[in-house]
Structure formats: C-alpha cells, structure tokens
Design a protein around this ligand. Sequence first.
Ligand SMILES: Cc1cc2nc3c(=O)[nH]c(=O)nc-3n(C[C@H](O)[C@H](O)[C@H](O)COP(=O)(O)OP(=O)(O)OC[C@H]3O[C@@H](n4cnc5c(N)ncnc54)[C@H](O)[C@@H]3O)c2cc1C
Length: 546
Amino acid sequence: MSWHYEAPLASMRRVMEQVLNAPAHWAECPAFAELDMDTADAVLQEAARFASEVLQPLNGTGDLAGCTRAADGAVQTPPGFPAAYQAFVQGGWPALPCDPAWGGQGLPLLLDAAMREMLDACNHGWNMYPDLLHGAYETLKHHGSDELKARYLHKIASGEWLAAMALTEPQAGSDLGQLRTRAESQADGSLRVSGNKIFISGGDHDLTDNIVHLVLCRLPDAPPGTKGLSLALVPKVLPDGSRNAVHCDGIEKKMGIKASATCAMRYEGATGWLVGEPHRGLAAMFLMMNSARLHVGLQGLGHQEMAAQNAQRYAEERAQMGRPIAQHPAVRRSLQRLRTYTEAQRVLAYRAALALDLADHHRDDAVRTRERRFAALLTPVVKAFCTHHGFHGPAEALGIWGGYGYVHEYGIEQTVRDARIAMIYEGTNQIQAIDLAQRKLLADGGAAAGELLASLQAEVGDAPALNALLGEARSLLPRWLARGAGDTAFVLETADDLLHGLAFALLAWAVARLDAAGEAHTAVFAREGVPEGLMHWWRLRDALEL
Ligand SMILES: Cc1cc2nc3c(=O)[nH]c(=O)nc-3n(C[C@H](O)[C@H](O)[C@H](O)COP(=O)(O)OP(=O)(O)OC[C@H]3O[C@@H](n4cnc5c(N)ncnc54)[C@H](O)[C@@H]3O)c2cc1C
C-alpha cells in the first residue's frame, strides 16, 4: 500500500492523440513535421521512468532533510538531489523544447508539459530548480543581446547552469511597481545591481556551478511604477571565473516544498547586463512568467494525479465494515470526482501548451495569431484553476486515508503541504483572475474568449448538462463585459467567479472530448462539476442583477 507513482501514460497519449489531435497539428508545423505519436510516446516513457524511479524515491527524504547551509553559507540541497540533477542533464531533458540552434531537441512544449506534470507529481521540491530554465531560455532568446545569448543560452538550454527569477522584495510582491532594486550603467556597458530580494526559488544551491539570475531593477532615470522596471542578467559566477557580489542571506523555513531553497538574496553592486530595452523589463519578464505560470498549473495537475491514483489504490485495499472503503458511496464519490477533474484538467493544461506550440510554429499566420490569443487566455485559467484544485483535491483525498492521511509516511500529507504554494507564487490566484478579466477579456472586448467558447461548444454535441454550462458562459460573458467596461470595482469583485466559471465551461468541453475518445466522465461531471461551475455563474448573475 505504499505511496508510489504510475505515470498516466495511456491518459497522456489519449489526450494528445485523440482529444487534441496533436499529431495532425504537428504535421502543420515545419519544426515538428517529423514527429509522430510513437516517438512522442517513447519520450514520455523515458521521462516517466526518470520521474518514478529517480525522483519519487527522493521526495519524502527531501522533505524531511530540507535545504541546509554549509559553514561558509553555501546552500546545500537534500541528499541525492545533485546526482538526480546530473542524470536529468545527461538525459538531455532540460533541452527538450529548446531550439536545436541552441543545443535543444526542438520538441513541442506539449511533450515538455507532460514531462513536467510527471516531475511535479513525483517531486515538486526537486522540480523547482529546473522549472525556471525554459522561461529563462525564452526570455534571453527573445530579448538578450547577441553577446549575452552567445555566453549564456547554450548553458541554460542544456541545463549546465540553472536560472533564478528575482522579482519579489519585502515591500513588493503582487505590486511590482514598488520594487526598489537599483541598477547603474557602467562605462563598459555592464550594470551594477544593488538591492534585496526575498523568496527567490533556487537563488542559491549546489546543483550547478553557476546560477543565472534574472533580476527586475530600476535604472536611475526610471519613471515610477511598473513602467520603470528593467531586467538584468546577473550571474553568480562572472565570465572571468570570479564570484559576483550575489549573496544568499538565508533560506526560508516553510510549510511545503522544503527541498526547494527559497532564498533571501542580496545583490551588492553585482555585475549584470541589461536584457531587452531599458524600462521594458516587465514585458521581457512576462515571457518567463507566462512559461512559469503554465508550469505552475502543471504542478497542480501533477499533485491531483498523485493523490487520485494513490487514494484509489488505498481505498481498494483498505476494508472497513466488511468491504473495501472504495465501495462506500461517499468514498467512491470522492474518488470519481478526483479522477474526472484530473483527467479534464489534463486536457485543459495540454491545450494551453499546444496553443503555445501552434502560436510559434504553425505554418499559417492566421492560426498562429488565433492560438497566441488562446494561449494568453488559457494561461491564467490553467495557473489558477489547476492549482486551486491541485490543493483542494488532495486535501479532500487525504480524508480517504482517515487518520493515516495525517501521518507523514503515507505521502498525502506532504502533497497537501507542497501543493498550497502553487496558489500563491507566480502571481497569486487572485492576480491571475484580475489578469484574465482585465488584460485578456476586457482588452479585446471578449473576442478571443467568444471565439474559443463557440468553437468548443460546437464540439460538445448534445450532452444537456455540459451545454448548460457552456451556454451560461456564452450568454453571461457579453453582459459581464458590457458592465465591466465602465465599472472597475465590479470587475475586481467578480474576477474570481469569472475565472472559475469559465474554467468549468472549458472542462465541460474537455469532458465531452474525453468521452468521445472512449472514456466515461460525463455522468460524474454532470453530478459534480456542472453544479460547481453553475454556482460561479449564478453568483455572476446576482452581481449583474439578472
Ligand atoms: C516558496 C515560495 C517561492 C517563491 N519563489 C519566487 C521566485 O522564485 N521569484 C520571485 O520573485 N518571487 C517568488 N516568490 C514570491 C511570490 O511570487 C509572492 O509571494 C507572491 O507573488 C505574493 O506576493 P506577497 O507575498 O508579497 O503577497 P501580497 O502581494 O502582499 O498579497 C497578499 C494577499 O493580497 C492579495 N492581493 C494583493 N494585491 C491584490 C490585488 N490587487 N487584488 C486582489 N488581491 C490582491 C493577494 O492575492 C494575497 O492574497 C515565492 C514565494 C514563496 C512563498
């Protein structure tokens, strides 16, 4: 009855091949034209082996050991973490979705997403270290100077050096406009960066010789607020091999992901270089943040999968009142709900990854534009919704173990603690809801959302419960937009319900597509997800005084 992981490879394949028709989409992308589902499957099988055989055994031990500091202050990750990271690099995994021109394997983000789901399910704390690599790679590839790219991009793509994303300061979390870290231009074109950052994941560690910090800071002539932020690349080790003035002042003791070093960083006149335009740092950083937001959504998905499969196994073996607890209706209902929600969110998260692939690589301009809009729309939904359920799903599942669920060695207790942070970092879930409402819906008058919902409803067929949810979304969204256009307070008050209402409407489509591919989730979703989704739309009706 031990806690373990069996990668949901059949489900992943079904979602990619039958639900999303990924191979047909790849054929329309010159970069992926050679890729077929069998090759993709082989990649996923290897990733599954790495996750379940190398990472999962380190999860509980890493949680207990946590990160420590050596006498000289150097941060040490838990035993086994450095070796696992070397195996990850040698396997070529960091480079999976990177451009072959920079040493990457040129595979779709969709496969990368499935790999990350498995890494997160098996060891969220460990995966915090490489999780930021791809975002750093994208930021540098699109905004870095040729010189910076030549010096850093290969090393980041290969994973030889890891990256950190340094935004947060004690007085500035959600409100980045309050950031104070300063940068001064030097005669040789470099910057001197000074300031204190907190909560920096992987700010220091012993997995790689160098760490590339991407630091949000202000130049002397910067206007106030977020429009005055610049982005600097500040390495731990300088190109001449000397140590930069980048110091870790402490590591946080925290509720979960204890194996991830969450660092207080001090940049004390550290040497760095500008990435992108002066004062346009946030726009450059958004590339990194968007990639990271999808990854955080995948953390929520991974935790749900881990909880769902272990709860199912436990409930089939544990007998009370003369039969396995899986047969007691209340437990059966919990298990069904968790399984259906997990499968449907896999469709949603993978659809977002596919949108990113098509936005970059599809041969047709119009498709690229459409998918870019869908990706922008889906990113905050996946981040907030999958992490909300990534915590609440396992928290409910914990009860299936009864008292044992509360005990460390059974595994689910750690999952619940680890999963909670994903609702907070990379922009809290409230901030995601505001981003969706203001930047993604109001900004284009709901055009992208309307197009997406219409295309999805056409695929749902005549399942009345599913259509009720999609129909409510399509009917209320224009009214919400009309009211929201002139009433910011209304937008901010209703943003959370809007995000969750929309997410449940998208899940209705996902469930219909899964069932068309041979699964049977509609009945459970009609019982659990439809009322839950409609509750958000009812609250919106109330706010709209309808
Ligand atoms: C383990 C961990 C790892 C982290 N890793 C990193 C990292 O690698 N790099 C990095 O830069 N940062 C990192 N962070 C910081 C994280 O991104 C911030 O904690 C987060 O963005 C919230 O900021 P805050 O803590 O200052 O909370 P606040 O911004 O003070 O927010 C507090 C509460 O107020 C709400 N709130 C704030 N403003 C609004 C608003 N306008 N509307 C509605 N609600 C609002 C929030 O949703 C939240 O509920 C990490 C944090 C932790 C704990």
